[in-house]
Design a binder for this molecule. Structure first.
Ligand code: PMP
Ligand code: GLN
Length: 385
């Protein structure tokens, strides 16, 4: 009989179940208001569903091109040009992918070798470190500075060694909700000058940015764009997280390596949905209206929790609101998140799970991509604590 523990010898011994699965399941079991996992509790635009009916009935149900249909690649490249002044060739520099997570994983897999170091900012979105580690790379963490989660660029400089292969950034940032300023991007650009470091820029929340802040895509900065993968997701932009559709932009030489992995990993991304999105993307007003749509939701939630003992941390982007609970409880955030769900009927995400050492600043993350009814119920529970 084989020795399974030896045979298995996990490549990811420290990885458990993602917090998003854990908390959504717990919320369901306890019939709690689920402000934990980030997804809208309202449906996508009716027009998108009409287009779905149209294109799924148009005889387009076989393999599309591996890099994606040209019409959709053209739309995403046009958007990057219009919003960020960037030039990408849709033939060689844009690839349609099954979700941003996949895009990030594939970029990491295409470049990170055993022993390479990858700089991650902490708290870190939970898919990055396992993607580095399964490829034999080593995450090197730079901690964002609580409570505004600003970046100490000197610490970034110190984290870089001859082994640094890649840096993953995420702006607007999940879970901190902070955004990189133009000065941050210039500091980043300066640090990388004269290095061969590749950047993966997770920009899935590019349209969810508030209070007049502007999204600083790496695509705006030539010294960053030349070494970067820009990763975005239609799931966030069009309220279809279950579709798992996204795209990646990168200079030709980088994208060629990406596509070598992509063609043997998934080969193609859902075809009919690409036609749907190419059609729908012709109207930029949809994504341009997102910031004010979500800012209203954020403000509705904040009005709802007025008078509560939770301390509001600024939410500059994403569809999350962080609340510090030091005046409410001494518990660890993971314990409080479970207790809130079970006893009070409200699920949130504890931030400590996004630190490799479990560091806890007593902060919970609440998703406001919800109907006003859901937000009002959640806010009432928070006011009562
Ligand atoms: N990156 C970040 C920061 C996210 O928050 C998410 C999902 N919420 C993703 C990537 C994944 O996007 P997708 O569902 O398109 O894989
Ligand atoms: N990114 C979403 C969040 O932060 C969840 C996506 C997932 O469940 N992996 O809540």
């Amino acid at each position: 009989m084989p020795n399974y523990s030896k045979a298995i010898a996990s490549k990811l011994p420290n990885v458990g179940t993602t917090i998003f699965t854990v908390m959504s399941k717990l919320a369901q079991e306890h019939n709690a208001i689920n402000l934990s996992q980030g997804f809208p509790d309202f449906d996508c635009a009716p027009r998108l569903l009409e287009l779905t009916a149209k294109y799924f009935n148009a005889g387009l149900n076989q393999y599309p091109p591996s890099a994606g249909i040209m019409a959709l690649r053209e739309r995403v490249v046009e958007k990057a040009a219009a919003l960020y002044g960037a030039t990408y060739d849709p033939e060689h520099e844009a690839t349609i992918v099954p979700g941003a997570t996949y895009g990030i994983f594939t970029a990491i897999t295409a470049f990170v070798r055993p022993g390479d170091e990858v700089v991650l900012f902490e708290p870190t979105y939970d898919s990055y470190a396992p993607a580095v580690e399964v490829n034999g790379g080593r995450p090197v963490y730079v901690r964002l500075q609580f409570p505004d989660y600003s970046i100490d660029w000197e610490a970034v400089q110190r984290a870089i060694t001859p082994k640094t292969r890649m840096i993953v950034i995420n702006t607007p940032n999940n879970p901190t909700t902070s955004v990189f300023s133009a000065e941050d991007m210039r500091a980043f650009e300066n640090i990388l000058r004269n290095t061969n470091i590749i950047v993966v820029a997770d920009e899935v929340y590019e349209h969810l940015i508030y209070d007049g802040h502007q999204h600083q895509s790496v695509a705006r900065f030539p010294g960053l764009a030349e070494r970067s993968f820009v990763v975005s997701s239609f799931g966030k932009t069009y309220s279809v997280t279950g579709w798992k559709m996204g795209y990646v932009l990168a200079p030709r030489e980088l994208m060629a390596e990406f596509r070598k992995v992509h063609q043997y990993n998934v080969f193609v991304t859902n075809g009919p949905l690409q036609y749907v999105l190419a059609d729908y993307m012709q109207d930029p007003s949809v994504y341009l209206a997102l910031a004010s749509f979500y800012q209203q939701k954020r403000d509705f939630f904040l009005t709802g929790i007025k008078g509560s003992r939770f301390r509001v941390l600024p939410s500059r982007g994403t569809f999350f609101q962080n609340l510090a609970y030091d005046a409410v409880s001494d518990e660890k955030d993971t314990d409080l998140a479970v207790r809130l769900t079970k006893e009070k009927g409200l699920a949130a995400i504890p931030l400590s799970v996004f630190y490799h050492d479990g560091h806890c600043d007593k902060v919970l993350r609440f998703c406001f991509a919800k109907s006003e009814q859901t937000l009002a119920k959640g806010a009432a529970i928070l006011r009562g604590l």
